[in-house]
Write a protein that binds this ligand. Sequence first.
Ligand SMILES: Nc1ncnc2c1ncn2[C@@H]1O[C@H](COP(=O)(O)OP(=O)(O)OP(=O)(O)O)[C@@H](O)[C@H]1O
Length: 253
Amino acid sequence: MITIDRIHKSFPLKGETFTALGDVSLELADNEFVTIVGPSGCGKTTLMNILAGLETPTSGRALLDGKAINGPGPDRGVIFQQYALFPWLTVRKNVEFGLRTKGVGREERRRIAEHFIELVGLTQFADALPKMLSGGMKQRVAIARAYAVNPSILLMDEPFGAVDALTRVRLQDQLLDTWSQEKRTVVFITHDVDEAVFLANRVVVMAARPGRVVEVIDVDLPYPRNDELRLSPAFTALRNRVWNAVYHQETPA
Ligand SMILES: Nc1ncnc2c1ncn2[C@@H]1O[C@H](COP(=O)(O)OP(=O)(O)OP(=O)(O)O)[C@@H](O)[C@H]1O
């Protein structure tokens, strides 16, 4: 379980203090898929960095199963918008990378990598270099690589932000497919309201100045989710609700 307990984060800015996160509290259950959506600058990435252990809160605490997060760890896999693959390594070697640094033996590495490469549908490309892959495929490699080290949490910051709309929809389907077979707690940041609703158990809507949670919306739609669901009135109703929460916020002057 992730506990975000009254987190406040400020940065020094031109001799003053800028509050990136006001007073954010949230609890995430194991294997929940939570999306975070909100206007630019509302502190989504800052919150993610705190969960990843890359930033420390100014006050408040982030806990993982009751223990304070004090730095990065193998229990959390992070996936960014930019495909952080090693260009000189094949898909297989990229996926094996974290396992190698963990000291996992050759046979075992290969077995685990093959499993996750298959899960993201890239078996045919296992020996290809990243430059031979499309943006969407690269992100699938990044997902397989994050999964390979067996984290209990996946932290994804706008992972599909750099691909075209059609690829994006395919990646969403693929990610849900992978997640349904290998459940993990997922925290997924997006600007895309449709994406936020399609993927999540719960959508967390944030607002800016100061960054804060304004609404948490339960997405009571069954998995597996498909194209039919995207067009259903229930989906549209939720999407409109999230849209209103994000775009009709009162912004302080
Ligand atoms: N290291 C830093 N120093 C100073 N200010 C920062 C720092 N990191 C973030 N901020 C500020 O904190 C606020 C929140 O930033 P953050 O990147 O978390 O927002 P975001 O919601 O992820 O935005 P976007 O959707 O545009 O990526 C912004 O106004 C940003 O300028």
